[in-house]
Design a protein around this ligand. Structure first.
Ligand SMILES: Nc1ncnc2c1ncn2[C@@H]1O[C@H](COP(=O)(O)OP(=O)(O)OP(=O)(O)O)[C@@H](O)[C@H]1O
Ligand SMILES: [Mg+2]
Length: 409
């Protein structure tokens, strides 16, 4: 019998993806036994805005049903990802007087309330308030201050807010699909949970998750999250570049990109040609694979340039000892790591969800599943902390009993 099931739900621009796992292992950094993965094409979403809630609901339902079928179990709630350029992150400080001589759990709760108490306009909501460190009197960099002697307790929290409409739309679509949002999680944070190691976060690392219409960035050093941003660029622009550069329809360009493109021209044999549709129907023409790679490389070069400037503006470039970890659907392009190495002049690796995952872990070991797997891992962390947030078999049985009772009377 399965217990403590956690589901992650990533609603991307092109695909909606659900991952179901069972919590296991070390309570401090719990793992997941992957039981099911489901994927469907996202409908009803254009950029950040929902154009058709019914279509979006259908995508959510389809991906979760597929994951449930594979898992042989049902879930009633999900950890859903949220991203987009309406997201803002900042640090906030809180200070309180220690009520007794020693810091108690109670003081920590109070200092969090103070640090979180920022005025939010009605169109924004608080997504996360992540404690970064504590200070007791003059001593800084404390991870757990309980039991320390002092008079003044300070905390620094990383606050993430998002637009209320975007959050409401996700909750509404998930509810219509027959599930409940347990927590909305910022996509870059979920991705980082799946692909970065604790050591890398300590030494300094930046995750770059390249999707279809967005690129998520999350940078860490000294074990703390320092910067997150969702940039409005991604793999879709590569496709439109190929549409323009090769005068072919969008669907053909997408296929050519996913089959033959590379982000680093040097990797491609200059003599190799591929067949693409010609100017009139039933006509074919030969195109050098190098040309496709060249078009794609130019745009990827620009994209990494934007990331680099972003990191420079935040004074993060010199702090990333462990370099860059690249993931997201577009990271499947061969040569992405090679190009990034050249641009960042830093260690670069390719990231897929793997660490802490067991069971059918192979089925999520692809860069396009980083966010969905990270959402499920985020849920596992929450469950280890609070004992809450998992779908229980009992509730499944209860709903079935409810339906039976309704049918009976
Ligand atoms: N083998 C491949 N080579 C190149 N690009 C690929 C490959 N496979 C997928 N992609 C591209 O990856 C993108 C989809 O990535 P992903 O699934 O991470 O995006 P998404 O989550 O739907 O979108 P977003 O996160 O931007 O909202 C598409 O642009 C797709 O063309
Ligand atoms: Mg995505």
């Amino acid at each position: 019998m399965r217990a403590n099931l956690i589901a992650g739900l990533d609603i991307g621009t092109t695909k909606t993806c659900a991952v179901i796992g069972e919590v296991n292992g070390d309570p401090r950094r719990p793992g997941l036994t992957i039981l099911g993965v489901g994927q469907s094409r996202t409908g009803g979403l254009r950029g950040d805005s929902v154009t058709n809630i019914e279509e979006m609901t259908e995508s959510i339902r389809a991906s979760l049903k597929e994951a449930e079928l594979m898992a042989g179990a049902t879930v009633d709630r999900v950890y859903a990802g949220i991203g987009g350029d309406h997201v803002r992150a900042s640090s906030s400080m809180g200070v309180v007087a220690v009520s007794d001589e020693e810091v108690a759990a109670d003081d920590i709760e109070r200092v969090h309330v103070v640090a979180r108490a920022v005025a939010l306009p009605p169109d924004r909501e608080l997504l996360h308030a992540l404690p970064q460190e504590y200070r007791v009197d003059q001593q800084r960099g404390i991870k757990d201050p309980v039991g320390m002697t002092g008079v003044r307790l300070e905390t620094e929290v990383f606050l993430v807010t998002c637009g209320s409409t975007a959050a409401a739309n996700i909750r509404r679509a998930v509810n219509r699909a027959g599930y409940r949002v347990q927590e909305l999680v910022l996509e870059p944070l979920a991705g980082a949970r799946a692909v970065l190691t604790e050591d890398e976060k300590e030494v300094g690392v930046c995750m770059v998750e390249i999707g279809a219409s967005t690129t998520d960035i999350a940078a860490y050093y000294e074990g703390k999250i320092r910067y997150v941003v969702v940039l409005p660029v991604g793999g879709m622009t590569l496709t439109t570049d190929l549409v323009r550069g090769l005068s072919i329809p969008y669907a053909e360009a997408q296929r050519a990109k996913e089959r033959y493109a590379a982000a680093y021209t040097q990797l491609v044999d200059p003599r190799e040609t591929i067949e693409l549709p010609g100017p009139s129907p039933n006509q074919k023409r030969a195109v050098a694979r190098e040309l496709i790679a060249h078009i794609v490389e130019q745009r990827m070069d620009e994209l990494f340039g934007i990331v680099q400037r972003e990191l420079q503006d935040q004074q993060l470039l010199d702090r990333l000892g462990a370099g860059i970890v690249i993931t997201g659907g577009s990271a499947a392009l061969p040569g992405t790591v090679e190009l990034a190495q050249q641009i960042f002049a830093a260690p670069v690796r390719y990231g897929v969800p793997r660490e802490g995952l067991g069971g059918l872990a192979d089925s999520v070991a692809l860069p396009k599943f980083s966010i969905a797997a990270g959402l499920a891992l985020w849920g596992a962390d929450r469950f280890a902390e609070t004992g809450e947030g998992a779908s229980t078999l009992a509730s499944g049985v209860l709903t079935k009993l409810g339906t039976w009772l309704k049918e009976f009377f």
